[in-house]
Design a protein around this ligand. Sequence first.
Ligand SMILES: [Mn+2]
Length: 366
Amino acid sequence: MPTEKLPTENPERENQTGEQPIQEPNIHQGMNEGFDGLLVIGDPHIEGRQPNFRKDNYPETILNKLEFCLEYCRKHNLQPVCLGDLFDKPRDNPTWMVGRLIDMLSRTPMIGIYGNHDCGDPALNKHDSLSLLIKAGGYRLVSASDFWTGAVGGRRLVVAGSSYRHPIPTEFETRLVPPLKGDGSAPLVLWLTHHDIDFAGYESGRFAAHEITNVDLLINGHIHRRCDPIVAGKTTWINPGNISRRSRSEANKIQTPTAFSVKVIGKKIKVGQVEIPHEPFEVVFHEQAAAAALESSASGFVSGMKELLERRTDSGAGLKEFIDHNIGQFEPDVADQINRLVLEVTEDGDSSKLTSATTTGGAADG
Ligand SMILES: [Mn+2]
């Protein structure tokens, strides 16, 4: 796999649709002719800490889920594709974890886009952990001008995409795609996105689905729950959700961690579901007891805090929830002091993460 260069485009300038210069495509097709399909993996959010109220060893669990996907790809001859947010924290990830990923991906390299959690600045750069995987040849970014293509099911298949903050186009120019020997028909085109798309039931939707000329299927990451597909002209928009449950939410009680397979059958794209091995919800998450109990006295507050200490989470999730529920009983200046202390102990020094978590909302990052 060739060494990947990091994107240098200014996403703001790219937003001016129609004004971007036509770039010569950078196509990698060397070893792509033998795949039977793709396996599309949503938002792994690999990290070295426990998210929210999870009580398992999350770093190991999520690496095992990714390894399951890669193993599945080897067994079924599929190319793994990531929808962005491979990492939860863009930077300062544990070295052992990045090393393990380099090992895993050297055996089975992935292609994909980057999400809001992969980059500390608006665009991915050399400070972000994902850039190491790219340099190591384990992860190849696809974009509008640098797409992946291979022969799948006797058809030319293209995977291109729009990383976080990159515009979703209205057209893909298929004349840039080399034809397949013995098949004169137009290529099948898959577009990856990591955007707040206006799927039914997703309250933070900002981008309406639309037909993209020459694109058959758009697959979106970022929104962690599965959404009903939208058919927009000849382009179908789908949202598989992510492969792990990161928060103790009602939505996650019914969500089954799933990756989506993409195959070509009878000259058409066929999407299937691959369930990721997972434990029951109750086994994965701490029960709600401590945070839900509304304590009315200061001593109750203290004993509640004690219980929280015993089941502490890395992210301070339980603490924040507990304080929110109980802060009302204190005088404003005391409440203010408590809030300030909470912020101090839960602050992970990564303000970009705080911003992205706020702007994308709990729905996307659930
Ligand atoms: Mn995400």
